[in-house]
Design a protein around this ligand. Structure first.
Ligand code: MN
Length: 482
């Protein structure tokens, strides 16, 4: 047996979601990314003595939303706790977080496993906490610089059970979380900006062994692709240790994206003792059923429900439905377009085909398109009614519609792009092609019916796709019978 196949991997993920609330978790400072350093700060976020934190209600809102979307139990009686450690970007000397009463417990994330089957990854907890400031080590040759804009920015930390079994499953887990926070509109989920951060606890053991072996925590993973890379690295490193009769130490390692390596950050011996204790400056927060019900009523339609609607009400395939719900913006616009038409499948095709290519080619997002959704609906219906050929639609009519922001049927009429259903004209062309290929006509009548394509192609070319192909084929068949 391949030595890699002798082992299995067990992964638990800790995901930090940075919330896009207007203000910070425990004070009124603006919560904005990319501002000049130290402009979104106040005595509270700098931890001056004598200042008092105050809970931001929209953080509770976001936490409950996420908890409900992940099938969690919401904790009614919430305590805050201090997690004590010293670091220059943490001026208070502690982080306000939750310890014994995380706001959400139980729940799960549904992912796809290696065989594309659904798999539930149970969650240990989701708790509320605050971010630290940022140390900048590479800007000044002599000093480390500190930017406290991020101090006190609200975070939700999602902790999974160690039920993830491969790098691909970890990717899928994170992907689902990112999709969900975007649908819930609680975070932009952007890993590159640090709005979504992931630490992975990874251990490896020979298949068949029951107990868990030492785990290694890998930090500083900053993109979806790097989650897989970091896990793969660690799997190989641990297997190499076991194969050469070395042990794996319980430690924390840092991932470096620029050269795809990990280095040791700290060992078990220098692990922190955070001396958690209840935060004395914040009273317990009670979340009652009324609060939860109000949020429940206001929940947006989630990917799972949209998938259901797309595959039942709109009769789309599993593939189409998944592609559409993958990005909230696309799914939103689909929902809007189909309020104007029943050509569901053609609308889906337009979004996944000509519209997607147009956006990619011009480096745009769907919001940049600015074409009224009823025009896209109209375009879909023109295709379904064979009023326009697909090639003229995609190469001429669609770009023109984007340019003019005008009804596509009016444009098509003005430009004479409509497919003609004029039987006389079709008759003429059919006659011409049959006269051109008398032996092929013989062959057809002797059973080589796939020659129909040849005749069709010839006529379509001659007429530049302006005649309705369905009518052409009908008339062709009729004439060829004689
Ligand atoms: Mn944390």
């Amino acid at each position: 047996m391949d030595r890699v196949n002798k082992y299995e991997t067990i992964i638990g993920l800790e995901v930090h979601v940075q919330l896009s609330t207007k203000s910070k978790a425990y004070c009124g400072d603006a919560n904005l990314f990319g501002q000049p350093p130290n402009t979104c700060i106040s005595p509270i976020s700098l931890g001056y003595p004598g200042t008092l934190p105050k809970v931001n209600k929209s953080v509770l809102n976001s936490a409950v939303k996420l908890g409900l979307a992940l099938n969690c139990k919401i904790t009614n009686y919430n305590l805050y706790a201090r997690k004590n450690y010293f670091y220059p970007d943490l001026p208070k000397g502690y982080q306000i977080t939750q310890d014994t009463t995380p706001i959400c417990t139980a729940g799960y994330v549904e992912i796809k496993d290696a065989k594309n089957n659904k798999k539930k990854i149970q969650l240990t907890r989701i708790h509320m906490e605050e971010d630290a400031g940022k140390s900048i080590h590479d800007l000044d040759p002599f000093y480390s610089l500190l930017d406290f804009n991020r101090s006190g920015v609200p975070l939700l930390e999602i902790v999974s059970e160690p039920e993830i079994q491969s790098a691909e499953e970890a990717y899928s887990f994170l992907y689902e979380i990112r999709k969900l926070v975007r649908y819930l509109n609680i975070s932009n989920g952007n890993m590159e900006e640090g709005s979504l951060r992931c630490d992975a606890n990874i251990s490896v053991r020979p298949i068949g062994e029951k107990a868990l072996r030492n785990r290694v925590e890998v930090k500083n993973i900053n993109s979806l692709k790097n989650v897989m890379k970091a896990i793969n690295l660690e799997e190989i490193r641990q297997i190499n240790c076991y194969e050469t009769n070395k042990s794996v130490d319980q430690e924390t390692r840092n991932y470096h994206a620029h050269n795809n390596t990990t280095t040791i950050l700290r060992t078990k011996e220098d692990a922190h003792d955070y001396r958690y204790f209840p935060e004395p400056d914040i009273p317990p927060i009670i979340i009652d059923d009324k609060f939860i019900e109000a949020i429940e009523k206001d929940m947006p339609t989630l990917p799972k429900e949209r998938y259901h609607k797309y595959t039942t009400k709109y009769q789309l395939s599993d593939y189409d439905a998944n592609v559409l719900i993958d990005e909230k913006d696309i799914s939103d616009i689909f929902d809007e377009i189909v309020t104007h038409t029943k050509s569901y499948k053609t609308v889906a095709n337009l979004l996944m085909g000509v519209i997607k290519s147009y956006l990619n080619e011009n480096a745009l997002i769907i919001d940049d398109l600015k074409v009224p959704t009823q025009y896209i609906a109209e375009l879909a219906e023109m295709l379904d009614k064979n009023q326009i050929s697909h090639i003229i639609m995609s190469q001429k009519l669609f770009p023109e519609m984007v340019k003019q922001k005008k009804s596509p049927s009016i444009i098509a009429k003005e430009k004479r792009w409509l497919q003609e259903d004029d039987t006389n004209s079709i008759d003429e062309h059919v006659q011409k092609v049959l006269e051109k290929y008398p032996d092929k006509v013989q062959d057809y009548q002797n059973g080589k019916t796939n020659l129909l394509g040849l005749f069709m192609g010839e006529i379509m070319r001659e007429t530049k796709g302006k005649l309705n192909p369905k009518s052409i084929s009908e008339i062709l068949r009729k004439k060829l019978k004689k």
